[in-house]
Every structure is written in C-alpha cells, then in structure tokens.
Design a protein around this ligand. Structure first.
Ligand SMILES: [Zn+2]
Length: 659
C-alpha cells in the first residue's frame, strides 16, 4: 500500500471499528462524534425506504418495467448484500442497477466514476428526480467542497459520486471512514484490470477498498470485459467473494457489416456518402482515428447538406458541450468523432454507427456499436476495413511507448486485442457469433449480418497462400506489399531487376490467379489468421510469422473466403435501406406543431433549471406526449419517462399546451 501510509490506514480502520460498535449500541447511528454535534447522518427517509423497487422505478424514473437483468441485480444487492460484478452493454440500463439500491439503502452509497461530465449528468438527472445526490469534483471551489462535506456528514445525500483519485485521497478516506457506507459502486470497472482495454492506475488503487471498508458491499459495473477481465475485477475488488453477472450482449436489431475501405481519401469520403445517403433524417455516429479526420469528414458532409459536426478531445469544452447537446436535441444529426465521444451519452434513436477506421479492440467496438438502436428499432453497424494503412496505424500507436508507461506485456496484449478485432473483420462466419463469443457467451446464427445474409464461399486457396508467403520470404521480408505483389505479377520494373527478384521462382507466379486487388485481399486474410504480420517499426513491411512458416513447412491446406474482384472504386455493397419508423412520419400538421411547442417548453424549463434539455424529458417522451395527448396528471404519469416528481413539477405546464 504505497500511497496510503500505514498510520492513516490504522486511523481509518479504528474509525470503522468504533463506528461498528456504535451502530451495535444504538441500533443505527451513522456518524461518529464530529465534535459539534451536527447531525447523526442520513435520517431514514421513510418515503423512499418503504417503496418497493418497482414503485421507485415508476416514481423516480418514470418507467413501468425493468429491463433484462436489472431486477435480479437490484434484488441481489438489497437482499443478499453480496458483492457483485456486472457486465451489461451500454444502453442496458446499468446505472439504475446501482441507483435503486442506493435509494433504498439506509445509509450512504458511493459511486466511483471516471469522468466529471459523466458524474455531472448522472447527478443532475438524479436531482431532477428529487433524489439527494452530489458529485465531489474539481469544478467546485475549496469553500464549496467544505460546504458539501458538511452536508455529507449531516447525511444530506444518499448517493455521492466521485473519481477514483478523489475517493482514494486521504482526506476523503477519512471523511467516508467515519460514515456508514452501505454500498460502493465502481462504474467502468474494467479500468481496474490490466487485462481490460482501458487500464488506469487510479482504478487499480481501488483494490484496497475491500480492506478499508470490509463491511460495505461492493458492486462493479462495466459494459465491456472479456472473461479474463471479469475474473480479474472480482479478484481485485473483493477477493472473489461475490458473484458475476453477464447480461445481454444479444442485440438483434443491429445489422452488422464489414466493407472494404477505398484507398484514396476522395473515394473514402464518397464511400461514406454512399452509405448514408439513404439514411438522411436519421441520427448517426461516425468514428474516426484522428482529430483531423473528424473535422475533414464533418466539413465534407456539411458541404453535401448533411447536419454533421465533429467531436474530439482537442476541442474547447464549450464546443464539446454544444455538440453534445445538439446531439441530444436533434433528430437528423451526424456526429463525426474520435473515441472521446460517447461515454455517458444516451440517445435512443441512433440508427447507424460507422467505423471509418477500425477500433483498437473488440471491447471498444462493442461499446461504440452499443450506442446504436437502443430503442430496439433496426439499426446498422458498418466497419470500413482497410487491413493495411489502418491496421498499421493502430499497431504503430500500440507500439509507441510514451516514456515507458506501458509494460512489454501490455503492448503484446493490445496487439492481441487488435488481432481479435481483425478476425472479426476477416471472418467468413456469422459476425454476431464472433462478438458474443468474445465476451464468453454463446449465440445462434443471427441472420442479420453480411455473412449470414450472403455467406462468403470458402474455397481452397492453399497454392495461392503458399505463393504469397514464399514471395514475402524470398524478397527478404524487406519490401512493402506493393513491391511483393509486383514481383508476383512479373512486373517489368527496374527495381525488381536491380534486386534480382526476377530470378526468384515466384516471379510472375501470381498472374494466373488475379491482379493486385486479389493479392491484397488474400494478404488481409493471411494477416487475420496471423500467417503474415505487418511490421510497423519500418514502413509496413509484411513478414511471415511462425505460424505462417509452420503452414509452409507442414504442407497445411488453407481455406479462405473466395475473393471477388472489386467492381468499382467505392467498393460499396448494396446497403439495405432501413426504415426507422419514426413516429413523426404519421403525424398530422397539428401534431408536428404540438411537438415543436412541447420542445420549446422543454427548452424554457431547461433554461430555468439550468440543465440540459434532455435531462428534463427525452425526445421519445415528448413524442409519446404528442401521441397520447394526456389531459390530466394521472394520464401524464402514464407517459414513458415521466416519474412522479417530474409530473408534479412540470405536468401542468405540459398539459396546458397539449390541451
Ligand atoms: Zn450473422
């Protein structure tokens, strides 16, 4: 325990023991004597504590029914009081799984969350529903923090959000050490594991929580953890004394596709236009590799009259907030972003997610795709796959070791994670099976991916594969793929003559199979099964791996995807047009106007409350108001997304407009 000195830990543990004794003596005393006799911790809020979890769901969140897994998790926490680790895809309703137990609990619950923006959104949404929550973060001044701490001691808050760094700071450990803490919830819990795809040292320190708060139930939540990471989370956070739940990686409504990416920038942009032109008027996300790319694509799309904005970590925070709130507000918006965009963003009607470059792992991919189709309506995931430049860029990024921050093992692990995503791209089988399998679950053939709809033919290509591998070896593993292919195609090239490569046995041996595209495509397949590795430390030089050599030596056979020559430059497959069935399609003029009026009222309230509009009511909720036209508070309460508190507070104003 390097950052906490033994003596501080001793003090905290002493406080915990004293607290336990006091609790036993007085039944339920929450706070130790802080000298000024202020408060005894949270007074039991009978109203909230006595409600059933279903009543809490309706009253505070406005939902009628739990989603898959939520009830089981909540009951497990409340009844068994056992540590848990939950893996649930984004959009599955993770936060409710810890917020409801926290609301029902007698004492304080702590939520550890990595980002201020995430903390602010969740706290704001809870406060809007009359739940006493606060975030302890750096946007408060010292004086404000002191004030908040006082209130925490007085038991004014049920849920306290903070970052791992803050929680593990001496000051806060002392603060919470003296209080009764029923639950500690760790959001984005995969960050604690070195096997996860976003390891953070500050999360790793959370492994001490089990020693500091031995009587507190720990709940870990993540949207993304493979089996090894899952095991690591439960081991680090609570010594495996608990249960892991894995829920719902099955999202039947998302159609999965991988398309080979055009090579020149101009045709890449046209490729994107071709993909989205049928989808104008719906919401989309386009993920890019660099900040510059996000800007270029957004500018290009705007020039073609699309409502597109770029988003990346380098933008000013005002700008970022503007794009985020537009995204929540508008129903025809496209955000072109780096991975920076998305954490904590919850919009139900995202119709497509396009990866204009491959993500760094299956975990990132799943998180990003998980932002599509949360309303359950048909949506699409499209990956534009370029096995050369893009894979090389990713590999270079992984291998770059800024000031030795990464260990050798971490670098190897990240390469492996990228490989598993490349397998997804090259796979000739159902893509859903390959995603779900990655997270340790089983799935049936989905019939909703390009491979299911149009299964690629597997053909024997042993001879071709051998020739390509031999060409790579015989040219000395010293040249780019273009050169190797030129040799195979027997090109009349001075460089080839100078190197005497017109003398090797594979010179011209590729002609009978196909041209350059054919060999590039085969090379991609061989990269995906790890026969060829692209060396990035030089200029993306293909090298034959040990398994590639074994294949040659043992005369193994290779069956691969039949390679069909690329017909045109864009390489675009025919995309099925999706019909998102937006309710507004069937609206009368009156209803369209009503929707606009409700939106302006929402904006007015948002300004009064100084909250983003989507925190007041989502677009889905407003649309349902238009459809149902509630005339009384009772009817208003039936609208999906309207809870008791919001109905009391804003109901009359909305009903007046509807009437
Ligand atoms: Zn499938």
């Amino acid at each position: 325990m390097h950052w906490l000195t033994e003596s501080i830990l001793k003090i905290i543990l002493m406080m915990r023991t004293e607290l336990k004794r006091a609790k036993e003596d007085y039944g339920r005393v929450v706070l130790l004597n802080h000298g000024n006799g202020e408060g005894l911790g949270p007074t039991r809020d009978n109203m909230k504590n006595n409600l059933s979890i279903n009543e809490i769901l309706k009253t505070f969140f406005g939902y009628e029914k739990f989603r898959v897994g939520q009830e089981e998790i909540i009951n497990h926490l409340l009844e068994k009081k056992e540590n848990i680790s939950v893996v649930m895809p984004t959009g599955g309703g993770k936060s409710l799984c810890y917020q409801i137990p926290a609301i029902k609990a007698d004492n304080i619950s702590i939520v550890v969350s990595p980002l201020i923006s995430l903390i602010k959104d969740q706290v704001s949404a809870l406060n809007q529903n009359n739940i006493e929550a606060i975030g302890l973060h750096s946007e408060y001044s010292k004086e404000e923090i002191l004030e908040i701490e006082k209130k925490i001691k007085k038991g004014k808050y049920k849920i306290i959000y903070l970052s791992p760094e803050r929680l593990m700071a001496e000051r806060n450990l002392k603060l919470f050490g003296a209080l009764s803490i029923d639950f500690i919830f760790v959001d984005e819990s995969h960050c604690i594991s070195k096997w996860g795809n976003d390891f953070r040292e500050s999360y790793y320190q959370l492994r001490e929580l089990k020693n500091i708060f031995p009587d507190t139930v720990i709940g870990a939540f993540t949207a993304t953890a493979d089996k090894v990471t899952q095991d690591d989370i439960s081991n680090l956070l609570y010594d495996d004394k608990g249960k892991t739940f894995v829920f719902g990686f099955d999202r039947d409504n998302i159609n999965l596709k991988v398309i080979s990416k055009s090579r020149e920038k101009k045709s890449q942009q046209n490729q994107i236009i071709n993909l989205i032109k049928d989808k104008s008027g719906s919401v989309g996300l386009i993920y890019c590799f660099t900040r510059k790319e996000t800007e270029e694509i957004a500018v290009f799309l705007r020039s073609k009259n699309f409502n597109a904005y770029s988003y990346h970590a380098g933008m000013h925070s005002n700008e970022k907030e503007k794009v985020q709130s537009r995204f929540m507000e508008e129903d025809d918006i496209i955000v072109v972003a780096t991975v920076a965009f998305g954490m904590g963003i919850d919009k139900s009607n995202v119709r497509y997610v396009i990866h204009s470059t491959i993500p760094d792992s299956m975990e990132s991919f799943y998180q990003e795709v998980g932002r599509a189709g949360r309303d359950g309506k048909p949506s699409e995931s499209i990956v534009l796959y370029d096995a050369f430049v893009d894979v090389a860029r990713r590999r270079r990024m992984i291998s770059r070791n800024d000031e030795g921050k990464k260990s050798e093992n971490q670098i190897i692990l990240q390469h492996q994670k990228l490989n598993s995503f490349l397998n997804y791209c090259e796979s000739a089988h159902c893509r859903k099976i390959s995603i779900i399998g990655y997270f340790g679950e089983q799935a049936k053939k989905c019939n909703n991916c390009d491979n299911c709809e149009n299964s690629p033919k597997l053909v024997e290509m042993t001879s071709e594969a051998r020739r390509l591998l031999i060409a790579v070896i015989y040219t000395g593993e010293n040249f780019g793929l273009k050169y190797v292919i030129d040799v195979m195609l027997g090109k009349q090239d001075q460089r080839i003559y100078n190197n005497n490569h017109d003398k090797i046995k594979v010179f011209g041996a590729g002609l009978e199979f196909g041209k350059e595209d054919y060999w590039r495509s085969l090379c991609r397949q061989l990269i995906a099964i790890n026969y060829i590795n692209i060396d990035l430390t030089t200029f993306a030089i293909p090298k034959v791996t040990n398994s590639g050599r074994k294949f040659l030596k043992n005369n193994e056979t290779y069956k691969g995807k039949k390679i069909i020559p690329i017909a045109n430059d864009s390489g675009v497959l025919k995309i099925k047009k999706i019909n998102p069935e937006i309710e507004t399609n069937h609206w009368s003029d009156f209803e369209t106007k009503l929707f606009e009026k409700l939106k302006s009222l929402r904006l007015e309230i948002a300004r009064e409350e100084k909250k983003p509009a989507f925190i007041i009511f989502s677009n889905d909720t407003l649309q349902e108001m238009v459809k149902e036209k509630p005339q009384t508070i009772k009817e208003f309460l039936k609208v999906h997304g309207v809870g008791k508190f919001k109905a009391d507070k804003f109901g009359d104003r909305f009903i007046n407009i509807i009437k």
